[in-house]
Design a protein around this ligand. Structure first.
Ligand SMILES: Cc1cc2nc3c(=O)[nH]c(=O)nc-3n(C[C@H](O)[C@H](O)[C@H](O)COP(=O)(O)OP(=O)(O)OC[C@H]3O[C@@H](n4cnc5c(N)ncnc54)[C@H](O)[C@@H]3O)c2cc1C
Length: 583
């Protein structure tokens, strides 16, 4: 039974919740100089002398504060710090010094492209220092026969070799590249988290944790409660950000994968192979399951209905990385189920795990909407929904998008401090990631994710068997799916996407092609015109993010009323607000 509040308290609480909805609400309480002093902050400055180029204005501690020290946050901080006239940047995270946990995989061609993009902007070395292992080619198993046809039963064992190189990113190397160390870093690191959680557009709880002043944005550091003001605040806190609202999260799917770096033994382990997997190649997909799905206590019907595949990186003569992966599902497949399937699968190939060196629990939310418009904090990386909605690839897309984000931030900071418009800037910065074209392209991939989520193992085998029969540019362009990454010309416009769709349908087994056509109709009826807009010129383009700060038209609202209420609620005193009672 919930606690009852007196009705007057309920009314007041409701009023107080609604008040901050008007932008400009939190600008009534200027922070005193004492509150913004940097005394007590745990800062680490790099040895490079601070060169005030786009120097933080006197009312700001920083030009840019980046919350979160994952790949998105660190790559953006590194790019900004490497600019010709670098802004003053701080990266915020209590876990800033911790290693990155995920094992990131990427196509070599894509990584080489990112290497060139970052080198051109003063951050060289992605290829030289950010790679752990490379394979010149990639294998797949879709249960096909030698002629490339899918056998219903028994499942075929033909190997499909894709002719494309793959690599494992060095987590430590990439972090070192972007984050450096205390003696070389050209931005500040504050080893504290930002306090607060977004509860409505530009409304944060607890009250006052994030304040949206007319020019700067003010954050509260969680441990010390100290305040920090910046002209641009970037949210790089990952897929489950507490600072950015993304709607439609109920439509997300989840990539779940149980990964294992281990040593192996057994009859299937030879100089050239570990089970069916060639040591000289990376195996992207092994979707076969017929020989093991009734072993190790598994439910055959569950394996068929909730398919998983094995992803294999042979790392050395002794060590292999396996990852049993559910591409996308809602609800997500359990980690234990993935682990049991991996054990059964390997046993069927004469491979036993002898020592576990590292386990990985991969959880990637995919899909949902792009960030809600009109938010002051600028999301990047997973917080911005940059993950590929049908594959879960995100690192390459995040690194590529941060190049544009960085360029726009530098542009915005050229504005004189007094006329800096943080809301307009936020819209334009996020608008470089989510251009109308990128949103249209994403909507196409969203349908892909939705379709994949509904497939059983035979549907997925048929889908990928057809997918990799496409020309390499078409399939590789879909997997990356981001402007500036290789082969995006095959997906960048509505005409390219309709060609892709039609050609793809012709490569699919009839039953899968038929169910895709049915799904297109069902999806359009259920979800509206986004898919049609993505593949035709009929419905124009989504509105640009740069137009997303229209709410500013009534930015100030009735400041007197808001301040009076704040004083009466006990949030503030007249002295603090300075203008309670004045308009
Ligand atoms: C096991 C695993 C394997 C993966 N493999 C791949 C792969 O192979 N390829 C790929 O492209 N993607 C992969 N992913 C997806 C992966 O999540 C993203 O690619 C990537 O980590 C997202 O980067 P990010 O910087 O946006 O967010 P994150 O890496 O999630 O980083 C967010 C950071 O913000 C910090 N933070 C959170 N709240 C606060 C706060 N209040 N204040 C300050 N800091 C805060 C967190 O501590 C964290 O360090 C994998 C994910 C997992 C979990």
């Amino acid at each position: 039974m919930g606690r009852c509040l007196p009705s007057s308290t309920v009314a007041l609480a409701t009023f107080c919740m609604l008040l901050p909805l008007a932008a400009g609400w939190s600008d009534f309480k200027p922070t005193t100089p004492r509150a913004t002093a940097r005394r007590g902050l745990r800062l680490r400055s790099g040895s490079r002398p601070w060169q005030p180029g786009l120097a933080a204005s006197s009312e700001c501690d920083y030009d840019v504060v980046v919350i979160g020290a994952g790949p998105a946050g660190c790559s953006l901080a590194a790019l900004l710090a490497a600019a010709k006239n670098p802004p003053k940047v701080a990266l915020l995270s209590s876990k800033a010094d911790q290693r990155w946990i995920p094992n990131y995989g990427c196509w070599t061609e894509e990584w080489a492209q990112l290497d060139a993009m970052y080198a051109a902007r003063g951050v060289p070395g992605l290829m030289a220092k950010g790679v752990d292992s490379q394979w010149p080619d990639t294998d797949c198993f879709f249960g096909e026969d030698a002629d490339g046809k899918l056998a219903s039963e028994p499942e075929g064992n033909a190997r499909r070799t894709l002719g494309r190189a793959y690599l494992r990113v060095s987590r430590a190397g990439l972090k070192r590249l972007f984050y450096g160390d205390d003696s070389s870093r050209a931005y500040d690191v504050i080893k504290e988290d930002a306090l607060g959680a977004v509860v409505g557009t530009n409304v944060f709880a607890p009250y006052g944790s994030v304040r949206l002043h007319p020019t700067p944005t003010e954050l509260t550091l969680a441990a010390s409660q100290r305040k920090l003001k910046a002209r641009v605040v970037v949210d790089a806190t990952g897929a489950e950000s507490r600072f950015t609202i993304r709607d439609d999260r109920d439509k997300e799917g989840y990539q779940i994968a149980y990964g294992l770096e281990c040593t192996v033994a057994g009859a299937g382990v030879t100089d050239t192979h570990v089970g069916d997997y060639a040591r000289s190649k990376m195996t992207l997909f092994d979707y076969r399951s017929e020989v093991w799905r009734t072993t190790n206590g598994l439910s055959e019907s569950k394996v068929i209905k909730e398919p998983t595949f094995n992803y294999v990186m042979p790392l050395s003569q002794d060590v292999v990385f396996f990852e049993e992966t559910s591409l996308v599902a809602n609800p997500g497949v359990s980690f234990q189920e993935c682990k049991d399937r991996l054990t059964a699968r390997l046993a069927s190939q004469g491979v036993a795990i002898t020592e576990v060196l590292e386990e990985e629990f991969c959880y990637i939310p995919m899909g949902g909407a792009v960030p809600r418009r009109g938010q002051r904090l600028v999301p990047v990386g997973a917080a911005a929904g940059v993950v590929h909605p049908s594959t879960g690839y995100q690192l390459g897309r995040c690194l590529a998008s941060n190049v544009d984000v960085c360029a726009q931030i530098l542009d915005e900071l050229q504005a004189p401090a007094a006329s800096f418009d943080p809301d307009g800037a936020a819209g334009r910065i996020l608008g470089r990631t989510w251009t109308p074209q990128a949103i249209r392209q994403r909507n196409f991939a969203l349908f892909g994710g939705d379709f994949l989520m509904q497939q059983d193992v035979n549907g997925l085998k048929g889908f990928f068997s057809g997918f990799f029969k496409l020309d390499v540019g078409m399939w590789a362009g879909f997997l990356a799916g981001w402007k500036d990454l290789p082969y995006n010309e095959f997906h960048a416009g509505w005409a390219a996407r309709i060609v892709f769709g039609v050609v793809f349908l012709t490569k699919l087994p009839f039953n899968v092609a038929f169910s895709m056509v049915r799904a297109i109709v069902g999806y359009t009826l259920a979800e509206g015109p986004d898919l049609v807009q993505s593949v035709t010129p009929l419905l124009g383009e989504p509105a640009p993010f740069s137009a997303s700060n229209d709410f500013k038209a009534n930015a100030a609202g009735d400041r007197r009323a808001k301040n009076e209420a704040a004083v009466m609620c006990g949030f503030a005193t007249g002295d603090e607000t300075g203008d309670a009672g004045k308009q």
